[in-house]
Design a protein around this ligand. Structure first.
Ligand code: PMP
Ligand code: GLN
Length: 457
């Protein structure tokens, strides 16, 4: 039984809450009034990029219950030893508390050990590594730490879509240089190349940074040493920081090699390499990213991170550290998770390419990553001319609704002037469980049948 004193206290709380509700309504009205007067208007940096590709297309896939070959993420779990490490380390009290801001000591040590091997130089775990919330945050810290209002940043297209709003938030001017299809067919990611003259023309005394995504999303292109050298020489000549988004570093296929910009002569000093535990361990929901580079660059990113989030969750850092220790010892061997994932994903790449050809789509075979672009032109599908959305946005939305397979429009990864290069393409993500892929292939094959019978009649 409740004591009468407690009952009176509870009554007071209830009264207070109901008064609170009334006053909340009043506050709501006066808020609207003040918004009209402008004081509650957002800062300029928060406007003009409200529409987010992933928010829109994830919602569409959910609403239509289409098979989701859109958003880039595996639908299977990470390696068991990573999950086990997470469970084990959660038992230790200290792993449930804050950790070192710049990165948990065991993790930055594991990262420094791995990248020292990969980059052929001894890295200092305390000064050359920063850990934050996904590659997204690492990119944001790099951009915000170095770009001033009026600086120029070169984005190589296709770019990952967040680079553009991040640069805008920092007040920088974006300058775009696209990879262009070379030759008549351009059916392989390596057929898409930078024009060295066009790239050089993009550099100016105001250029402070360039971002290159290698391996590239959505093309799957791997830049060759020669191509990276052209970028590197311009960076050195114009004293520019090179921000290398290398989150798909482990997903490279037979006969290819991922060359790291940071290993080219004179480039360590001016290169920040971005990695992601989400991609490395098929754990995109863990949202852990890292930046690797020289102390004089990384320390400013550490400052940005310390003052915006302080530290990334300790448990996840401890678990990834343990898993990286295991995989670094196995690097290059058949039992290494990174090797196995690439072998399995390459098989999926080849399968999906075949199925897309059955439908009449023309795939661009990627050398890396887990996306495939495919040209829809041969299908000749036309849409309502009153719709001013790019063709690929109309196509992907129509395909999600009508054919039950969700994809992503690749023109979202290009500036307005260069969207035309890929407007007739769609992007498929093929790092999915075999059962998901088979279900998608069944839908695509049904579509192929319909197209065949339409042709006959
Ligand atoms: N860069 C590229 C090229 C990506 O595709 C993604 C998407 N995962 C990111 C960065 C962001 O990675 P994270 O999930 O680690 O923030
Ligand atoms: N990087 C993933 C892709 O390209 C998704 C990123 C996101 O969902 N924000 O599909």
């Amino acid at each position: 039984m409740l004591s009468s004193r407690l009952c009176r206290r509870l009554q007071r709380v209830v009264q207070w809450r109901s008064v609170g509700c009334v006053s909340t309504r009043r506050v709501h009205c006066s808020t609207q009034l003040r918004m009209a007067s402008g004081k509650l208007q957002p800062a300029k940096r928060a406007t003009g990029h409200g529409k987010n590709l992933w928010v829109e297309f994830v919602a569409l896939a959910m609403e239509t219950k289409a098979i989701n070959l859109g958003q880039g993420m595996p639908d299977f779990g990470p390696p068991q030893h990573l999950i086990d490490a997470l469970c084990d380390c959660s038992q230790e009290a200290k792993n449930n508390q804050y950790t070192r801001s710049q990165g948990h000591v065991r993790l930055v040590t594991a990262l420094a050990n791995m990248y020292s091997r990969l980059m052929g130089r001894q890295l200092n775990p305390m000064t050359d590594v920063v850990v934050s919330m996904g590659a997204y945050s690492i990119l944001s810290h790099a951009i915000n730490a170095f770009l001033e209002e009026g600086d120029e940043i070169i984005l190589v297209e296709p770019f990952f879509d967040c680079y553009q709003p991040m640069a805008k938030i920092a007040g920088a001017k974006t300058v775009f240089v696209p990879l262009r299809p070379q030759g008549q067919y351009a059916g392989h990611s390596k057929d898409w190349v930078l024009d060295p003259g066009e790239l050089e023309a993009a550099f100016s005394p105001k250029t402070k940074m360039i971002i290159v995504n290698n391996p590239n999303n959505p093309l799957g292109k791997l830049f060759t040493t020669e191509e990276l050298t052209v970028v590197a020489e311009l960076c050195k000549r114009y004293d520019v920081i090179c921000l290398m988004d290398e989150v798909y570093e482990w997903l490279t296929y037979s006969g290819t090699k991922h060359v790291r910009m940071a290993t080219l002569p004179g480039m360590w000093e001016r290169t920040i390499t971005v990695g992601s535990a989400g991609k490395t361990f098929s754990a995109t929901g863990w949202k852990m990213g890292w930046g690797i580079g020289p102390e004089h660059l990384v320390k400013h990113m550490q400052t940005m991170h310390a003052n915006t989030g302080y530290c990334y969750p300790t448990l996840l850092q401890e678990a990834v550290a343990r898993a990286l220790e295991v995989e670094t010892a196995r690097l290059g061997q058949p039992d290494c998770y990174f090797t196995q994932l690439a072998v399995d994903t390459e098989r999926k790449r080849d399968e999906i390419a075949e199925v897309l050809r059955e439908v009449g789509l023309e795939p661009i075979i990627p050398d890396s990553g887990y996306f495939m672009m495919a040209d829809t032109t041969p299908l000749g599908i036309k849409f309502d001319s009153g719709n001013d959305e790019p063709y690929d946005f109309q196509f992907t939305k129509w395909m999600t609704r009508e054919k039950g397979v969700a994809t992503i429009p690749p023109s979202a990864f290009f500036s307005p002037a260069n969207k035309h290069l890929v407007e007739k393409f769609v992007r498929f993500c093929f790092i999915k469980d075999d059962a998901t892929l088979q279900a998608a292939y069944a839908k695509l094959r049904e579509w192929a049948k319909e197209l065949k019978s339409e042709k006959k009649t």
